[in-house]
Design a protein around this ligand. Sequence first.
Ligand code: FAD
Length: 446
Amino acid sequence: MIADLARLVGAEHVVAEPRADALADASAYAGVSGQAAALVRPGHAEEVASVVTWCADRGVPVVPRGGGTGFSGGCVPQDPTSVVVAVDRLDAVRALDPLQWRAHVEAGVTTARLARLARENGLRFPVDPGAAEQSHVGGNIATNAGGPHCFKYGVTRAWVLGVEAVLGNGDLVTVGGSVRKDAAGYDLAGLLCGSEGTLGIITAAWMRLIPAPPIEVPLAAVFADARAGQDGIDAVLGSGVVPAVVEFLDAGSLRAAGPTFPGGLPRDAGFLLIVEVDTTEDDVAEVVQALDEAGGTVLRPDDRELWRWRDGVSIAVAAQHGGKLSEDIGVPVECVAEAVQATVEIAARHGLEGCSWGHAGDGNLHSTFLLDPTDAAQLERADAAAKDLFAMALSLGGTVSGEHGIGLLKAGWLSKQWAPGAVAAQEAIRHALDPAGVMNPGVKRP
Ligand code: FAD
């Protein structure tokens, strides 16, 4: 295997028996680890195609790897015979067309680099998942990633004009491209969004950009508890203004991250809303009034400091006990407070501490169980708690994953969320694009 792969991509780009950290993602906090026979780092799309073809011909599992920031174990190989295909060497910006609001980038370009390129040209790439310096554009597409600004601007799918990808049978295909609209075929580019490496490997994409907004004003509003915070969410949505961001942190998250909030927070803060308005000062005033009338104490933190702090929330929470199992359930937006409360209760039932933060405007909660990752009993209890959490989300009419995907960790849950006919349709598509069944075989199992 190693000799064949070396012939395909060059010996210096093949690692036999890769190190554990090259096989892990952000779910390592929850004790997920991987094993593989080899890791390859192709330098262009044709090399990716030759590796996938080699694997498909021999029934060898292929695990695509981007920045390794996923939270569901999607790039963590479970079969020791797997070949991990890391796309970090595919990092060229093939074209940047600021006047057409468009960039053509390879899959290994980081989210932060694309965002910087846009910014330097007076534009925005508004998709902003947390670990932007590490995560890749290809990984964002493969997980259909979201982030705070996706409340107004939509998740990754809304920003993909076209995709170049190697399908599971080794075919290198391009769908879409520089055109802004394309109704000719099935939405294959859309199908790859959120496919978690099960249909093929994205090698490049045409990404849509937009002109930078005129202002970006962050507001924070402190409430006594989640129930009061829900009134704040309802008031913002009812104000008629479309904010760019509506984020929240509950009392448990504030215990971990609150002490470093820029400018400080009142001691008894039980729920925090972060709202960013990027249109006009009149809209800012409208939202301030709505938050105030809903009983919130409104603050105006510094923009840069606020987002730097927000990026560290996940780490601050994990640091409490050394690890965490963090989920990403979605519920109807009017059920956020109920889901926040239920998360704490589920954790307590399993002898754990629980908290949530996340994207309030999208009803997307990072419901989290704090744990010591070296304690097998705690890991087991967190796993059981996660099952109750998913069941709770479904009972509220929600989803088991708002943004991280099924990965390894939520295997079996899609068939509880979807009717059998829908699950069968997904499996038929998977088989059509990956007839040998080699693409990320353990991942996105319904
Ligand atoms: P990886 O972790 O490498 O892989 C993720 C999945 O995509 C795997 O199934 C893998 O096989 C597949 N994949 C990767 N690259 C390709 C490719 N080129 N072709 C085909 N399949 C591929 N996510 C959000 O949505 N919103 C957030 O706000 C958010 N915040 C985060 C905060 C932190 C601190 C961290 C660590 C993660 C956060 N995430 C968030 C999760 C993660 O950052 C995103 O899902 C990210 O888009 C994954 O990109 P990646 O390149 O790291 O993918």
